[in-house]
Design a protein around this ligand. Structure first.
Ligand code: G16
Length: 544
């Protein structure tokens, strides 16, 4: 086996976005495209030679090809050992768990998360650092800088290895261990949650649940945890076989794309609890019988009920949410006297807060919740957290949420996405709005008065790095907000996200339809940002 040095030229578009490099599969299939990016990662890192790295993905189309390429490039670049998930499968949270458990130097996660897969879908690659979390901006910037200068990459000339079952291999001087994809993750979950109590709940004939893996990575994890370990009947996990194209679906656990689960939970005689997870297993959607829990409310509820879970009994050090996430958790944090941090969108911004023990729980409106147990958001962890709460409280999901609203008030919340709009027009919209910001405070729109209007900037309290232009916030004197930003994860044109939030303390008004409750604010957003004009769309593509 010899190491080949291959001449190459840079691609101009290898700047990682909100969560790694995501492109159409056809872009990744260009000669040298994947290799350039992987070499740029190695070129931007110091000290990985001889160390262990972790490698896995969500099983989407191109996963296997990429795994073999990365294995051979790792060997050629002097990596000591690679832990690779069996069949190339490792959910994003499991990768974070394995990196931490083994004190690995870092890891590659092959996923475009919730984006569709298959030959005409998307692929992605993300590098995680030794704390198990996404590379922070200084690392992704360094990778991008290397990708613009790259002239050659190194790869071992060798045959592909068989990753279909656990075992040990040698690839050049490098060791490869194919590991069980689920074992470490299951062990970690058993250390956090009261599995016996959840088993009792599931055994108590009065409780039924349904878990939708959307033909993505969590299938094997969910079957092992819910059906085998916790004793739920076979068939509890639906769409449980990971497919390279996710069965043609869009593995995004929201009310629009997780329609199989939504139909089951909103039918007559529906189960008591339902949950879905996304392509790579880091997102979750929680449903009760005929009831949807918004991700922002879910974070607030987990915080308020954390003392019911063994792993958090000792207390929380603080909580964090991304800026567009509703402020429901802020109210719980205030009551519990906990610090509450507001970060830009992107899980990478939680890493320092978790490492520095400033936050224990973190969450985002984009269906992501997690804690200091790993450094990624974690879909099945959130499901187990809910089950643990249900097992202790023995009330319905709806009753628990309504009780929370009556105690803390309700944050009506919705996100309107305008997908695949022209990038130029979307940027014009944002620029136009930015120009208006200084004149907005004090302006009245019906009963709403603007209290502040800014473009969100974040100063990391740990390393003091500053991240600017993270989304436009327009806050009103009654606590309502409108936030607008462009997505950093789309692969076609631009996606405009409009986040709308209002706060209602009066529990007699907690039964409104969300879109109706937010109608006036939605109109204000439309007027201020001229959304129809710039996007050339009459309505959002997705409303969550
Ligand atoms: C990623 C990030 C999240 C972010 C989400 C949406 O999630 O890790 O922090 O909230 O994208 O980002 P955007 O609004 O920029 O599209 P995932 O699950 O796609 O890796």
């Amino acid at each position: 086996m010899s190491i080949r040095t291959v001449k190459t030229t840079p691609f101009a578009d290898q700047k990682p976005g909100t969560s790694g490099l995501r492109k159409a599969v056809t872009v990744f299939e260009q000669p040298n495209y994947l290799e350039n990016f992987v070499q740029s990662v190695f070129d931007s890192l110091d000290g990985y030679q001889g160390q262990t790295i972790v490698l896995g993905g969500d099983g989407r189309f191109y996963n296997r090809t990429a795994i073999n390429t990365i294995l051979k490039m790792s060997s050629a670049n002097g990596v000591g050992k690679v832990l690779v998930g069996c069949n190339g499968i490792l959910s994003t949270p499991a990768t974070s768990c394995v990196i931490r458990e083994n004190g690995a130097f870092g890891g590659f996660i092959l996923s475009a998360s919730h984006n569709p897969g298959g030959p005409d879908g998307d692929f992605g690659i993300k590098y995680n650092i030794g704390n198990g979390g996404p590379a922070p901006e200084k690392v992704t910037e360094a990778i991008y800088a290397k990708s613009k200068q790259i002239q050659e990459y190194k790869i071992l000339e060798a045959s592909d290895i068989n990753i279909d079952r656990p075992g040990f291999f040698k690839l050049g001087l490098m060791q490869v261990e194919v590991i069980d994809s689920v074992a470490s993750y299951l062990k970690l979950m058993e250390n956090i949650f009261d599995f016996d109590q959840i088993v009792d709940l599931i055994k108590s004939n009065s409780f039924r649940l349904c878990i939708d893996s959307m033909h993505a990575v969590t299938g094997p994890y969910a079957q092992k945890i819910f059906e085998q370990r916790l004793g739920a009947p076979v068939g509890t996990v639906i769409n449980g076989v990971p497919l390279e194209d996710f069965g043609g679906g869009h593995p995004d656990p929201n009310l629009v794309y997780a329609h199989d689960l939504v139909e089951i939970l909103f039918a007559q005689n529906a189960p008591d609890f339902g949950a879905a997870s996304d392509g790579d297993g880091d997102r979750n959607m929680i449903l009760g019988r005929n009831f949807f829990v918004t991700p922002s409310d879910s974070l607030a509820l987990l915080t308020a009920n954390a003392q019911l879970v063994p792993g958090y009994k000792a207390g929380l050090s603080g909580v964090a949410r991304s800026m567009p996430t509703s402020m429901a958790v802020d109210r719980v944090a205030k009551r519990l006297n906990l610090p509450c941090y507001e970060t830009p969108t992107g899980w990478k911004f939680f890493g320092n807060l978790l490492d520095d023990s400033r936050a224990t729980l973190c969450g985002e409106e984009s269906f992501g919740t997690g804690s200091n147990h790993i450094r990624e958001k974690d879909g099945l962890w959130a499901v187990l957290f809910w089950l643990n709460i249900l097992a202790v409280r023995r009330e319905s999901v709806e009753a628990i949420v309504r009780q929370h609203w009556s105690e803390y008030g309700r944050n009506y919340y919705s996100r309107h996405d305008y997908e695949e709009v022209s990038s130029d027009r979307a940027n014009e919209l944002v620029n136009n709005l930015r120009l208006q910001l200084p004149s907005l405070p004090g302006q009245k729109y019906g009963s709403y008065q603007v209290e502040y209007a800014d473009d969100f900037s974040y100063t990391d309290p740990v390393d003091h790095s500053v991240t600017n232009n993270q989304g436009i916030r327009i806050g009103f004197s009654d606590g309502s907000r409108i936030v607008l930003r462009l997505s950093g994860t789309g692969t076609k044109g631009a996606t405009l996200r409009v986040y709308i939030e209002s706060y209602e303390v009066d529990s007699s008004k907690h039964n409104l339809d969300t879109q109706k409750a937010l109608a006036t604010l939605i109109d204000i957003a439309q007027d201020l940002a001229k959304i129809t004009y710039y996007t050339e769309r009459q309505a959002p593509t997705v409303i969550t």
